[in-house]
Design a protein around this ligand. Structure first.
Ligand SMILES: NC(=O)c1ccc[n+]([C@@H]2O[C@H](COP(=O)([O-])OP(=O)(O)OC[C@H]3O[C@@H](n4cnc5c(N)ncnc54)[C@H](O)[C@@H]3O)[C@@H](O)[C@H]2O)c1
Length: 268
């Protein structure tokens, strides 16, 4: 019998990138996985792709910035399958690179709304479901930026630091119900999200994409970028019985990179 056999799992933001890798890993471990994403068609195609590999995967629409959407997504899953055993809060957006003194209200609000408040909404809803069923595991995806802020992305740093604090708070509140809540801080993985941030940063540094990729690679102590599977395996560990005495923990999976703390030059 596989480790997660018979469990119902939901991964938000899993239509692509790291979330898709997590969905595949959890399904390979035996779980029935919901790819919940705001990109409805892409989520459907991703689920179909994994189903073709013989895995139990379905898709669902969710907009984590909207409480009604969050609540109805999880209500529908419980109505169909009776419970939710695993929730991975992976959906998040990066920030348009800007110094705090030039950061617009709209950009600050957009990033906090999705990347932090989105995790709160999903934790609130599914935390309640897991509390009632007296069991479950929640894994929140933070970032190395949540532990060590990088310059020019303050809203993202704050959102990811908030995800760590929320994780530790919820772990305390749900411990009496046997529900575990942990967080992972990934280092750099070359997804759509990272490509966008890197292209903005390399423009400000005046270097090519190849040079930027190499600059990041050499900053990682283990000497390579991460792969979605590196992060997915840590998620699966935190969902399974091997981590049954872990809650409120924050695991960095980054090839040893603690953060990017360089101070940028004066702005023109
Ligand atoms: N890639 C990295 O290097 C890296 C490093 C550290 C942390 N992370 C974090 O990992 C997570 C996944 O990142 P990724 O690189 O795969 O990004 P990505 O942009 O490739 O994927 C993010 C997914 O989230 C979905 N999403 C965005 N807004 C949503 C909303 N309001 N409701 C529902 N879904 C929404 C998108 O549709 C997309 O499918 C993010 O939280 C990100 O901050 C990524």
């Amino acid at each position: 019998m596989k480790e997660l056999q018979g469990q119902i799992a939901v991964v938000t933001g899993a239509a692509q990138g790291l979330g898709l890798g997590m969905a595949e890993e959890l399904a390979t471990s035996g779980a029935r996985v919901f790819i919940a994403d705001a990109q409805e068609e892409k989520a459907r195609d991703a689920a179909a792709g994994l189903t073709e590999k013989g895995l139990l995967v379905e898709s669902a629409f969710i907009d984590v910035s909207d409480t009604v959407s969050v609540d109805s997504c999880f209500d529908a899953i419980v109505a169909k399958h009776g419970r939710i055993d695993i929730l991975v809060n992976n959906a998040g957006v990066g920030q348009k690179v800007a110094a705090v003194v030039e950061l617009a209200d709209e950009e600050w609000d957009r990033v906090i709304e999705i990347t932090l408040s989105g995790v709160f909404r999903c934790c609130r809803k599914v935390g309640g479901i897991m509390e009632r069923q007296e069991g479950g595991s929640i894994v929140n995806i933070s970032s190395i930026n949540g532990q060590n802020p990088a310059a020019l992305v303050a809203a993202y740093n704050v959102a990811k630091a908030g995800v760590i604090s929320l994780t530790r708070t919820l772990a305390l509140e749900l411990a009496a119900y046997g529900v575990r809540v942990n967080a992972i801080c990934p280092g750099p993985v070359y997804t759509d999200f990272n490509r966008t941030v890197m292209s903005q940063r390399r423009e400000s540094l005046g270097i090519s994409e190849e040079e930027m990729i190499e600059k990041v690679r050499t900053a990682v102590p283990l000497g390579r970028w991460g792969e979605p599977k590196d992060i997915a395996q840590a998620v699966a560990f935190l969902c399974g019985s091997e981590s049954s005495w872990m809650t409120g923990d924050v695991i960095r999976v980054s090839g040893g990179l603690e953060g990017v703390s360089a101070a940028p030059p004066r702005r023109k």
